[in-house]
Write a protein that binds this ligand. Sequence first.
Ligand code: AMP
Length: 193
Amino acid sequence: MYQLIFLGAPGAGKGKQAEIFAQNNKLANISTGVMLRNEIASGSALGLELKPIIETGALVSDELVISLIEHRLTQIDCQKGYIFDGFPRTIQQAEELEKFFIKQKIKLPLVVMFDISDENLLARLENRRNSDEHRADDAVEVQKNRLQIYREQTVPLIDYYKQKGQLVRVDANADVEVVQQRLVDVLNVANNS
Ligand code: AMP
């Protein structure tokens, strides 16, 4: 059973890696970004509140994402394991998640950090802007903001999880298939040690 957290800059390719790994291993692929965008698309009152936050690249409140996650984990498809993509994004979210896991007596997750060079990151973000799948928050200024927020709020999680012995790293400077194979190899080693 896998409980995984995928960590990395916006544009590092962790969403794609999560999609493939979850499908191959029958895991629930839990992306808070997708959940929040679905909420907006539903036209709910909450969605209306979230829209301007997400469109500027800011983070939504820790309380909201924690409650979304706690609810999501009660669903049946999570029983065989899951991947968190884009969560936790702040130290507070990580601490709340840990408390929740300890309370529920769930094994603490392994955290996979997808490392990517600045050069490759900028190239991927540009590709994403020009692709058919681009999102409202892919505009240049918003991407810059998201990257800055990532550096300020999410990068500290790397040390946080390293100190707890939960971190493994994957070099994400390669094609999707190559990175996926590296991920499989790293997890095999981690699970056998
Ligand atoms: P993503 O699809 O992971 O890039 O997320 C898109 C946007 O959703 C982010 O820029 C944030 O506005 C919001 N978001 C997603 N996950 C979180 C989270 N864990 N905490 C706060 N905001 C989030």
